[in-house]
Design a protein around this ligand. Structure first.
Ligand code: LLP
Length: 430
């Protein structure tokens, strides 16, 4: 994170807290969340995207305290489940500043969202169009909604493919006419206020060309709505998915440059179609929390494996793994690792940081040069685990999920405690 630094003895400090001191209190593995860094990134998006609403995507990482930070920094909050909504409400986030996603919200979840006064529900299917209309009619409440459209763009890390994206579960297709039909029905439904169209093209994206194609197609739909239904929807959401640096290979998104680019794209397309520029919003998750958190582990075993060509790979097993970070196993994701508790002048060796779970795919960091004298007991920090690390953590092998420790100005505070055996037995009824 921005405030991470090593001292002359190789001790890594985050937010002014030396990691050896932190783990002396909370043990390992632990997630360390740099509060100042999180808030600065949240503010950077808010300021760069002035005139937009910025929704922090809570799926990347959410707990009650972080929901408060999000609200304090003036951001809105995107939730995508009843559980995330509960956390947001517990943190007293203004319901009007909550957006609610999901391709299969239950009628009960929809009812709660509508009765709570959630600012916008992103409608994802025809079934949901009917349910939202029925609940609004029945409760007498107004349901404020957007329509999640699929623009036929598949965004990858450094490219986009303009095929195949229709063939997935999210959203209503623009090209098939489904999105238009959903808009028509929602405009006709009493008790429903249709705010606009929503497009999210993917995650960990660096190339803005996918956003450009999506914006063009969404605004073409907006034009059809104007021409055939006589209204211009007042809002438009461009989604999240802005890429971050996991290793030095990646070039992180700069919020200011991104804001200028996205705004220019939308303004240009609107001019072309003769449309008013709608009120815009975005939903970054990873770009706010991803680099603000690291995971600290303790090395337990070290073994060397001779590879072809005389190369040796040093396997360092740590006290966590795919239960606290599934992204390497699931997405072949890249991370880096660094010794966090001491300096070393030993020659670097080709290393791999692996977990303690019962499968060979339990890899945390695929490739990293580690000091050749790395040994059991060494602390290892893996940066950039804030997004979809703790939020996708599991109890695989009955692992106890690690705590989240917030650090700032030399102080640390546990904001999510480590699970205990009692937590496991709370659901296993014996
Ligand atoms: N908005 C919508 C509608 C989304 O579906 C997502 C992410 C976001 C915003 C936020 O995207 P972000 O800015 O965080 O990239 N587990 C995967 C990522 C799944 C993303 C799901 N949707 C990972 O660990 O890479």
């Amino acid at each position: 994170s921005a405030t991470a630094a090593k001292d002359a003895n190789g001790v890594l400090a985050v937010g002014g807290v030396a990691l050896p001191d932190l783990v002396a209190n909370v043990n390992t593995p632990a997630y360390v969340l740099d509060e100042v860094d999180f808030r600065e990134r949240a503010r950077a998006f808010r300021d760069a995207f002035s005139g937009y609403d910025v929704y922090y995507a809570g799926k990347a990482f959410l707990c009650t305290e972080v929901a408060r930070w999000v609200a304090q920094e003036g951001l809105c909050l995107d939730v995508c489940s009843d559980g995330e909504l509960s956390v947001a409400l517990r943190a007293e986030v203004d319901p009007a500043k909550i957006g609610y996603h999901g391709n299969n919200k239950t009628p009960m979840e929809l009812r709660r969202a509508i009765v709570t006064g959630v600012g916008r529900i992103i409608v994802d299917s025809f079934d949901e169009v009917d349910r939202v209309a029925a609940i609004a009619a029945e409760t007498g409440m107004t349901a404020r909604v957007m329509v999640r459209v699929t623009a036929g763009v598949e965004a990858h890390t450094h490219e986009y493919i303009a095929t195949a994206h229709e063939d997935q579960k999210f959203g209503l297709s623009i090209s098939s006419g489904d999105a238009f039909e959903a808009v028509r029905r929602l405009l006709d439904a009493p008790g429903v206020e249709l705010l606009g169209l929503h497009s999210h093209i993917g995650s960990q994206i660096f190339d803005s060309s996918g956003f450009e194609v999506a914006a063009r197609r969404v605004l073409a739909l907006q034009t059809r709505i104007r021409d055939e239904l006589g209204t211009e929807l007042p809002e438009m959401d461009l989604g999240g998915g802005f890429g971050i640096a996991y290793t030095t290979q990646d070039d992180p998104s700069d919020p200011k440059a991104l804001a200028e680019e996205l705004t220019a794209i939308v303004e240009h397309e609107c001019r072309g179609y003769g449309l008013a520029v709608p009120h815009l919003s975005i939903e970054p998750g990873r770009a706010i929390v991803g680099s603000a958190m690291c995971t600290v582990y303790t090395a337990g075993t070290v073994k060397e494996v001779a590879l072809d060509g005389g190369v040796t790979r040093t396997y360092v097993s740590v006290d966590g793994g795919m239960s606290d970070n599934i992204r390497t196993a699931l997405y072949d994701a890249d991370y880096s690792a660094t010794l966090a508790g001491r300096a070393s002048s030993a020659e670097p060796v080709l290393g791999r940081v692996v977990g303690k779970h019962c499968e060979s795919g339990d890899i945390v960091v695929k490739h990293e040069f580690l000091p050749g004298d790395i040994a059991p007991g060494d602390l290892i920090a893996v940066p950039g685990t804030g997004a979809y690390g703790r939020s996708m953590a599991s109890n695989y092998n009955h692992a106890l999920r690690p705590p989240v420790v917030a650090v700032r100005d030399g102080e640390s505070r546990v904001i999510v405690r480590r699970e205990t055996e009692a937590d496991l037995f709370a659901t296993d009824l014996g």
